[in-house]
Design a protein around this ligand. Structure first.
Ligand code: ZN
Ligand code: ZN
Length: 351
C-alpha cells in the first residue's frame, strides 16, 4: 500500500495531464471571519489553466497563502453581484496588478434585468471609484495590468460563455432573490466541475449538473441554528435560510437527484457544533460521497479517484516573490506629479 499524505502542501504537486485540483478560498456566510472568508473557489487544470469562481470579501488572503503568481490566473468568473461573491474586486484588480500581473485582468459575469445590475456596470464603477489608487500606480506598474476585459453574458441563457484551450464553461440561471445570478459548469478533458453560486434548488441546476465529477452546491445553516446563534426570529431565519438560500435538507435532495462523484456544500458557518446537524439534514436524502467545505479544503479529481484534503499554508507569506519576465519590460506611462509645494516639504528630497 502506498503512503498517502493527509495534507496538501502548495507548490509541491504538479498536476497530472488528466487532473483537476479545486481549492476552497472562501466558504462562509456574508460575514467575513478568520475561519471562513466569503465565497471563492480556485479551479486548476492539468493543461495549466487556472480559474477563480467568485471573489468574495476576504478570499484573496487565502489565495495569497497558496503562493500562486497572479499572472497564472486565466480568468475570473462571478456568479452574481452580492458583495460576499465579488467584494474582493479591489484585491483581484489592484492587488494582482501590484503583485506582478502584466496582462489584462479577465472577468466574466452575468448581465441583469437592467444595465446597472450587470457585471460591466459593476466593474466600471469599481474601477472609477479606485481612480486615485490606480492612477498613482502608473509609472511604477505596467500599464497593461490596469486593463480589465469584461465579458458580460445574458444571465437568462443556458449557454457556453467560455471556450478556449479545451475548456468549456457554461452558464445557467440560478434562483436567488432577483433576476441576474447564475451558476457554472466547467468541462475539460472528460472531467466536469459544477459550481452553484447562491441559489435555491432549481431544475436548471439538476439538469446542468448531470455527470458532475465534482459538484459544489450552496447550503445555508439550518433555520434552528440561525435562530439560536444569529438572533433571527423564525420568519427572518426562514427567509434567509430557505428562501434566499438552500436549506441543508433541500441540498440533500438536489445532491440525490444529481448523484455526483463527489458533492461539496458550502456557504454556511462550518463549526464543530453546527456541522453534525447540517450533515444529518443532508443525509436524510443523500448517501453519496460528501464534503462539508471549509476554507483551504483541497479536492483532487482524476478519472480514477477523488481526494479531499486540507492545505497547509503559511500565514505570513510574501506574495509574488518572482515576477514574470514581462513585468519588468512592459510599457509604463509617466507617473503623476505631486504639487511642487507639497514635494518641497520633503526632509530628504527624492524628487
Ligand atoms: Zn447572494
Ligand atoms: Zn452568498
Amino acid at each position: 500500500m502506498t503512503s498517502r499524505r493527509d495534507y496538501y502542501f502548495p507548490n509541491t504537486e504538479p498536476l497530472a495531464g488528466d487532473e483537476m485540483r479545486v481549492i476552497a478560498l472562501g466558504t462562509g456566510r456574508p460575514f467575513v471571519r478568520r475561519a471562513q472568508a466569503n465565497t471563492s473557489w480556485l479551479v486548476e487544470l492539468g493543461n495549466g489553466d487556472k480559474f477563480v469562481f467568485d471573489f468574495g470579501s476576504g478570499s484573496q488572503s487565502n489565495f495569497t497563502a497558496l503562493e500562486i503568481p497572479h499572472q497564472d490566473i486565466t480568468a475570473y468568473f462571478a456568479t452574481h453581484l452580492h458583495a460576499d461573491h465579488v467584494g474582493d474586486f479591489a484585491q483581484v484588480w489592484i492587488g494582482s496588478w501590484a503583485g506582478g500581473r502584466s496582462k489584462p485582468l479577465v472577468v466574466y459575469g452575468p448581465s441583469g434585468p437592467e444595465p446597472k445590475y450587470g457585471i460591466k456596470h459593476f466593474v466600471r464603477l469599481q474601477m472609477e471609484s479606485l481612480a486615485w489608487d490606480a492612477e498613482t500606480r502608473f509609472g511604477l506598474l505596467p500599464d497593461v495590468g490596469a486593463e480589465v476585459e469584461v465579458h458580460e453574458f445574458d444571465y437568462r441563457q443556458t449557454s457556453v460563455v467560455y471556450e478556449h484551450n479545451g475548456v468549456v464553461i457554461k452558464s445557467f440561471p440560478a434562483v436567488h432573490i432577483y433576476d441576474g445570478p447564475v451558476s457554472y459548469r466547467l468541462e475539460w478533458n472528460g472531467l466536469t466541475f459544477v459550481f452553484s453560486g447562491d441559489t435555491t434548488p432549481t431544475r436548471y441546476f439538476v439538469d446542468n449538473a448531470q455527470n458532475a465529477d465534482l459538484l459544489i452546491h450552496e447550503c445555508f445553516n439550518t433555520v434552528t441554528q440561525l435562530m439560536e446563534r444569529s438572533g433571527y426570529d423564525e420568519k427572518m431565519a426562514r427567509g434567509i435560510g430557505t428562501m434566499a438560500h438552500t436549506a441543508p435538507e433541500e441540498a440533500g435532495r438536489v445532491l440525490a437527484l444529481v448523484k455526483p462523484r463527489l458533492a461539496v456544500v458550502y456557504h454556511f458557518f462550518n463549526d464543530f457544533d453546527t456541522m453534525p446537524e447540517i450533515e444529518r439534514d443532508i443525509r436524510k436524502h443523500y448517501q453519496g460521497p460528501l464534503a462539508l467545505a471549509q476554507d483551504l479544503m483541497v479536492f483532487n479529481v482524476t478519472p480514477a479517484e477523488t481526494r479531499v484534503r486540507l492545505a497547509v499554508t503559511p500565514t505570513h507569506v510574501w506574495p509574488n516573490k518572482e515576477h514574470h519576465a514581462s513585468f519588468r519590460v512592459a510599457s509604463r506611462r509617466p507617473r503623476l506629479q505631486m504639487s511642487r509645494w507639497l514635494a518641497d516639504t520633503q526632509l530628504f528630497p527624492k524628487f
